[in-house]
Ligand binder design. Structure first.
Ligand SMILES: *Cc1c(COP(=O)(O)O)cnc(C)c1O
Length: 442
């Protein structure tokens, strides 16, 4: 039976971000059910979901509190259009998110996936400038190694060669500035020095052509998809200041790093700044349902407020503000409060960081790094052919050790849900080390 599911899936399901041919050797796991941090296959084998199912699951699979909220919502209202109608879940969610930003970002615009939130932020920035008479502001700036999603607009501000090169001719050019990735430190430089150097690059660009630039988009603190590149919060404070000085919008893409992932609810809190647009998705619904949104300021909202429909923000999705997804998000925010999650996570990441020390000190690893509930290190694999297959080999070996881990190239990272017990964390560290040893030795 399980073998049958695999065959049927490979015949009819086109899997994302996958060279389907690789499934001739890479396993495809038919998941039967999930419980807590664990996924179970049809043979009863289990896997610790150490990457939160692509960074979305915060409080485990089949979470009783989120399940209960969704069952209750299901009997009230599954969906209604959000143009001309509104409903309690979307109102309460917007209010609570506004509250979490100290009411600086008091207006929430909804969509379903992360890439759509990025599209919205880009369009909204451009249109806000146009409504204010700044019709020349049409360009966007992104960082080296940035990832903001894979639709045409989001891909245009993404700088991951694998995703971008194939579709290059379809994309509008954007300006790419240096990444503040702390691994770029030169001899004797601190992470803050790298941040200052990268901010200088933004300043030079702004000096030259701020009049043409609508916005700069940044993944604050951790550029995740490029390989968990981490930077000092100083960078965000410096860029915020440059944006103010040169009248450029700051878009912070917190799709991966928001919702407590880096230790604070929003990553930008660590820099003591707020953006003009903040994109949220992934963890916001607890990993249950597709939901994304853009939070923005009064000034932006007011730039669209008019009797003229063409000055309004012209954007919609069929499932905008879906009540079930909003209700899952409300249950997720409730858990943050009830369980004091940001504080208990601090104990979690202190423990797991200690447990991972043998990997940090390992002679075949470099740049061990951690930000909140994200850990990463780069494997040293001198042989080019072996380096190219490192990720796939690691993934397979991890599955054999009850772990779901998918390295990005040679970067091994952990991004587990916020519910791991001490035993689960110690086991995760121990198994990760074991898998790593076997993969570099094989
Ligand atoms: C995942 C991600 C996106 C895209 O979200 P999707 O829901 O996959 O479209 C955008 N930005 C960042 C930083 C992400 O990690």
């Amino acid at each position: 039976m399980p073998q049958d599911w695999v065959k049927r899936s490979l015949r009819s399901v086109w899997h994302p971000c996958t060279q389907m041919q690789h499934h001739e050797t890479v396993p495809l796991i038919p998941v039967s059910h999930g419980r807590g941090a664990w996924l179970y296959d049809h043979e009863g084998k289990r896997y610790l979901d150490a990457i939160s199912s692509w960074w979305v699951n915060l409080f485990g699979h089949a979470n009783p509190r989120i399940n209960a909220a969704l069952k209750d919502q299901l009997d009230r209202l599954e969906h209604a259009m959000l143009a001309g109608f509104t409903h309690e879940p979307v109102i309460r969610l917007s209010e609570q998110l506004s509250e979490l930003t100290g009411r600086v970002l008091g207006h929430a615009f909804y969509a379903s996936d992360g890439a759509s939130a990025v599209e919205i932020a880009l369009k909204m920035s451009f249109h806000a400038w146009r409504n204010a008479g700044h019709t020349d502001k049409q360009e966007f700036v992104c960082l080296k190694g940035s990832y903001h999603g894979e639709t045409i607009g989001a891909l245009a501000v993404t700088d991951v060669a694998l995703f971008k090169d194939a579709y290059g001719p379809l994309l509008r050019a954007s300006r790419v500035v240096e990444s503040p990735d702390a691994r770029n430190a030169r001899e004797g430089e601190t992470a803050q020095d790298v941040a200052r150097r990268a901010a200088k690059d933004v300043e030079e660009l702004f000096n030259e052509r701020a009049g043409k630039i609508a916005a700069i988009i940044i993944e604050p603190l951790v550029q995740c998809a490029t390989g968990m590149a981490m930077h000092d919060p100083l960078y965000l404070a410096l860029v915020r200041e440059l944006c103010d000085r040169h009248s450029v919008h700051l878009i912070l893409d917190e799709i991966a790093v928001g919702c407590g992932r880096t230790g604070t609810f929003f990553a930008c809190e660590q820099a003591g700044i707020w953006p003009d647009f903040l994109c949220l998705s992934k963890g916001i619904s607890g990993g249950y349902l597709p939901l994304s949104l853009v939070l923005t300021r009064d000034e932006v909202y007011e730039a669209f407020y008019s009797t003229d429909i063409r000055r309004g923000f012209l954007h919609s999705h069929s499932y905008t503000g879906n009540p079930l997804a909003c209700r899952a998000a409300l249950a997720t925010l409730q858990i943050f409060k009830e369980d004091n999650v940001l504080a208990t996570n601090r104990e979690r990441y202190a423990r797991l960081t200690r447990a991972l020390q043998p990997l940090a000190d390992h002679e075949r690893t470099r740049h061990f790094r951690q930000a909140g509930m994200i850990w990463a290190f780069d494997a040293v694999e001198p042989d080019a052919a072996r380096a190219a297959t490192f990720s796939r080999r690691f993934f397979g070996a991890a599955l054999d050790n009850e772990l779901l881990l998918r390295p990005i190239g040679r970067t091994v990272y952990l991004m587990p849900p916020y519910i791991l017990s001490d035993e689960e964390m110690d086991g995760l560290a121990e198994h990760t080390r074991k898998v790593f040893e076997s993969v570099i030795a094989a």
